[in-house]
Design a protein around this ligand. Structure first.
Ligand code: 13P
Length: 253
């Protein structure tokens, strides 16, 4: 099996003012100062990116954004470009989160444009996919994922996708306390890897990191990470508290 370095990522969503974000980042950097085992990323709101980037500089914590717009610049009030994120200290960007799909009209087409923009500026795209409860109940999980992967990654070359990260976030498990069982996560992660293999070949399928997201907590991370195709976690609620998140980062200790 390929040696994929785990990534534990925290999506802070629309939580924390600047001072709160800075304080949490400060605590986190201290708490995980000894971590060398996993990659760590936090994605605070846009307003906190610059100050948090100063705090995490030189630590094991990398910075990500929660969204971007695909145009490089222009009259697009309220939007943020990939170059702006890079200049704010980001190396990652979350794309196509289910909350953006649900509340802000994100589609597989906009996801595709955003991935292209991110790659152009060397941002690592963390592309979110996942089915809703209704889709799972009507046995549409695989066809939903087929479409999200096929359309989201349309017209991208293998060389574009070297850094691609996929986050499997079943919508029914986000913020609900209902985690997918490690067996359910493994089944889907394996399926996603097979989709990548079918579309882009064995090498990318073996190297692409697939994160699980949805009610990840200190007490379920270990079991999830034992699964051969789970390469890390995208954590929402439990990433907001530095101590709780540090326990997830340090799951091997
Ligand atoms: P929770 O961990 O709060 O369920 O959120 C998951 C998520 O949406 C991460 O992007």
């Amino acid at each position: 099996m390929e040696n994929r370095r785990p990534l534990i990522a925290g999506n802070w969503k629309m939580f924390k003012t600047c001072p709160e974000a800075v304080e949490t980042a400060r605590q986190l950097v201290k708490l995980i100062a000894d971590n060398t085992a996993v990659d760590v990323m936090i994605a605070p709101p846009f307003t906190s990116l610059m100050p948090v980037s100063d705090v995490v500089k030189g630590s094991c914590v990398a910075l990500g954004a929660q969204n971007l717009f695909w145009e490089p610049e222009g009259a697009y009030t309220g939007e943020i470009s990939s170059a702006m994120l890079v200049s704010g200290g980001c190396s990652y960007v979350i794309i196509g989160h289910s909350e953006r799909r649900q509340y802000f009209g994100e589609t597989d087409i906009t996801v595709n444009k955003k991935i292209k923009a991110a790659i152009k500026d060397n941002l690592i795209p963390v592309v979110c996919v996942g089915e809703s409860e209704k889709e799972r109940e009507s046995n549409d999980t695989f066809s939903v994922l087929d479409k999200q992967v096929a359309k989201g990654l349309e017209n991208l070359a293998l060389s574009d996708l070297e850094t691609l990260i996929i986050a499997y976030e079943p919508v029914w498990a986000i913020g609900t306390g209902k985690t997918a069982t490690s067996k359910q996560a493994q089944e889907i992660h394996q399926y996603l890897r097979s989709l990548i293999e079918k579309n882009f070949g064995n090498n990318l399928a073996n190297s692409v990191r697939i994160l699980y997201g949805g009610s990840v907590k200190p007490d379920n991370i270990k079991e999830l990470m034992l699964m051969p195709d789970v390469d890390g976690a995208l954590v929402g609620g439990a990433s907001l508290n530095a101590e709780t998140f540090s326990k997830i980062v340090n799951f091997q200790i």
